[in-house]
Design a protein around this ligand. Structure first.
Ligand code: A3P
Length: 321
């Protein structure tokens, strides 16, 4: 089996090297490539191919899907806390000593990074994450009826957040910061990791309309505005609704507090810790955690341009971002 896996991995490498290429724009890749209509860092694309070939979904799986910098850290923490709430007391919770990305890893980035893991050994309910668009998910994830929680964010904040994140990574690796204007241009053209950003969100938006029992679509801004409502929605969706007793005991607020930006960003593990294999420290996942910071960094022309793309691409489908 090991030999077969090694052969598969070599095949993915060859496939990726033959895909249409763009220039690298972060720190960890040699180039980005276009696969099934979306742009991936070469290393991530190999992971995507491996996930598509090897991942066997279960109906009990909870898959967290996101565009980069749209709230994965937050939603991973929330879903993990919801699903495992009878296992761990809040005062001694794994989220207090581990980063959410360690507890709920990205499949194509971490688990399938140059290897084929055996995920059959994981007990149900597995909580896994991905940046793959809905249209490129492994078929078994759709057929099995796994539940998919998607979180998106307005493109202005997501773009600015990612720009900061990538530069943080580059600093660690002693690379110069990226040019803001050039990155912006690429983002608008759809050439961004796991993008086009809008097509990504739309793929899950459409799926959430077609298969509402299986795909839950959440916006970072809505989660900020009414966290209680959305936490209950998520719990209901993943099949672990809060009982009225739990609500009376304050469980909803406890989970929200545990997973809040303030709590998580101030933990020792997230100030000084690092996930195995990650080239950057956990603190890179926490910057401001606010809604609307994008407009502090973008000119009015840039804002107008992003708003216009969003309108052109999304509004016809009823998706407002
Ligand atoms: P900012 O850069 O705007 O601060 P992701 O988790 O998908 O990588 O997205 C990162 C963004 O989510 C960052 O946004 C980060 O600060 C914010 N974030 C991380 N943890 C959060 C939390 N618990 N609550 C709210 N926002 C959070």
């Amino acid at each position: 089996e090991e030999e077969e896996n090694a052969r598969s991995l070599q095949r993915y490498k060859n496939l990726v090297s033959n895909l249409p290429k763009g220039e690298a724009s972060a720190a960890f890749e040699d180039f980005i490539c276009l696969y099934q209509g979306f742009w991936f860092a070469d290393v991530h694309c190999q992971g995507v191919l491996a996930v598509q070939d090897h991942f066997k979904a279960r109906s009990t799986d909870v898959i967290i899907a996101t565009n980069p910098k749209s709230g994965a850290t937050w939603i991973k923490a929330l879903v993990f806390a919801i699903v495992n709430r009878s296992k761990y007391p809040i005062y001694n919770h794994p989220l207090l000593s581990q980063n959410p990305h360690g507890l709920v890893p990205f499949m194509e980035i971490s688990l399938y990074n140059n290897r084929i893991p055996d995920l059959e050994i994981l007990p149900s309910a597995r909580i896994l994450a991905t940046h793959i668009s809905y249209t490129s998910l492994p078929q078994s994830m759709i057929d099995s009826g796994s539940r998919i929680v998607y979180i998106t964010r307005n493109p202005k904040d997501a773009f600015v957040s990612y720009w900061h994140f990538k530069n943080k990574m580059r600093t660690v690796l002693s690379k110069p910061p990226l040019n803001f204007m050039e990155e912006f241009e690429q983002f608008c053209m759809g050439v961004s990791h796991f993008g086009p950003f809008w097509d990504h969100a739309l793929s899950y938006w459409k799926a959430s309309l077609e298969r509402p029992q299986h795909v839950l679509f959440i916006k970072y801004e809505d989660l900020h505005a009414d966290p209680v409502l959305h936490l209950k929605r998520i719990a209901q969706f993943v099949g672990c609704p809060f009982s009225s007793e739990e609500e009376k005991e304050g469980m909803v607020d406890e989970i929200l507090k545990l997973c809040s930006f303030e709590t998580l960003s101030n933990l020792k593990v997230n100030k000084t810790g690092k996930i195995t294999g990650a080239p950057f420290p956990n603190e890179a996942f926490f910057r401001k955690g606010q809604v609307g910071d994008g407009t502090n960094h973008l000119t009015s022309e840039m804002i107008e341009r992003l708003d216009q793309i969003t309108e052109e691409k999304c509004h016809g489908y009823g998706l407002i971002m």
